[in-house]
Ligand binder design. Structure first.
Ligand code: GAL
Ligand code: CA
Length: 352
């Protein structure tokens, strides 16, 4: 029997000592390889809804940039993207899970802005920095912990830029804008989700720009379409039946809703020129609509800049650096990415 085993185990005539040496060598190589593995930054990215056009492309940018930076920084960057499907309960569970898995940084696009305090407390107990983005917690909540941050675009600026686009058209192309010639600008507003800072502030500011400039403006109707193209199309169909050609300007809190207006108008066979339609985000499809003249303008919401800032902040927190060395930190907690106006004249290839 012994003979048999010997024959079976050492068919090449390797002695037991040599075998031990071989095993030790294999183990050493294994350990060495493990040592050689670059460190890994693990970021949990919790988004309110992956179906949202703007958030979807922001996350894509984040993934692409992280991939590109891996080789430059000599570390691995692992983004775990989780989708709350618009439920704060689901998001809470996802955050708890990411915390229990000891992620290095949490980037949170919170569903319900008023739920930030508990998330910040959980993160601080676990010692994991938390970076909110695009959906802004109130200031008192963010100041609960030194490692809570917000990366976003200043809502007020987007509303002002929308108002300025309308103002300029009113001043320079009055005949076309003031369809009924009564010297009053009749407008409607398609609002985003109720309670979202961008909904509240864009809605207020776009009109304030007009009234501050001494223009008489009359609201025909406004309602929420929850950032959704489909919901905006349904609302527009209704409004077109109620007000039709009286509508001179449509302020949409985002581009998807502005595109929903176009969908409805084309479905209804409405005659061109359409009323002035102004959105926010500068999504690819909205830029095409601006280029073709169907939309009068939009406002660039810098999702790429937000993604870049999330990456820089995550890297510096992971490496234990002071984030202010890599990003522009305001009040130790805020990173702001400016908005930009986009009308035909800002688009390339317009020849002006
Ligand atoms: C806004 C954006 C909307 C929507 C929303 C989600 O900034 O304009 O299109 O993406 O954020 O929070
Ligand atoms: Ca009018």
């Amino acid at each position: 029997m012994k003979q048999k085993i010997r024959k079976y185990c050492f068919p090449l005539g390797i002695s037991a000592a040599a075998l031990v040496l071989l095993l030790v060598a294999v183990f050493a190589v294994f350990l060495f390889k493990k040592e050689q593995q670059p460190p890994t930054l693990r970021v949990g990215v919790a988004v309110y809804s992956q179906e949202d056009t703007f958030i979807h492309s922001l996350v894509q940018d984040f993934e692409q940039m992280a991939h590109q930076r891996e080789s430059e920084e000599g570390i691995r960057i692992n983004l775990n993207i989780v989708d709350a499907k618009s439920s704060q309960l689901i998001q809470n569970e996802q955050i708890e899970q990411l915390i229990s898995l000891d992620y290095d940084v949490l980037c949170v696009n919170i569903v319900d802005r008023t739920a930030a305090a508990s998330l910040i407390d959980w993160a601080s107990e676990a010692g994991i920095p938390v970076v909110f983005f695009n959906r802004q917690p109130v200031r008192e909540d963010l100041l609960r912990w030194e490692n809570a941050y917000y990366v976003g675009a200043p809502a007020e600026q987007s509303g002002i830029l929308q108002g300025q686009i309308a103002l300029e058209l009113w001043q320079n192309e009055r005949e076309q804008v003031d369809r009924n010639g009564d010297g009053i600008l009749q407008y409607v507003i398609l609002e985003g989700e109720p309670g979202h800072q961008d909904t509240l502030i864009r809605t207020e500011k776009c009109v304030q720009v007009l009234t501050d400039a001494g223009i008489r403006a009359e609201k025909l109707v406004s309602d929420s379409a929850n950032w959704s193209r489909e919901q905006a199309a349904v609302k527009t169909t209704q409004w077109w039946a109620d007000y039709g050609a009286e509508i001179e300007v449509v302020f949409a809190n985002n581009d998807d809703m502005a595109l929903g207006v176009l969908d409805a108008l084309s479905e209804l066979g409405a005659e061109e020129p359409y009323p002035i339609i102004i959105g926010v985000d500068a999504t690819r499809e909205a830029l095409e609509a601006v280029q073709s003249g169907k939309m009068s303008g939009t406002v660039l919401n810098d999702g790429t800049g937000i993604a870049q800032a999330l990456l820089e902040l995550s890297l510096s927190l992971y490496q234990g650096e002071n984030p202010a060395g890599r990003v522009d930190l305001e009040d130790g907690h805020y990173i702001w990415l400016p908005y930009r106006q986009v009308t035909q004249k800002e688009l390339p290839g317009d020849g002006s």
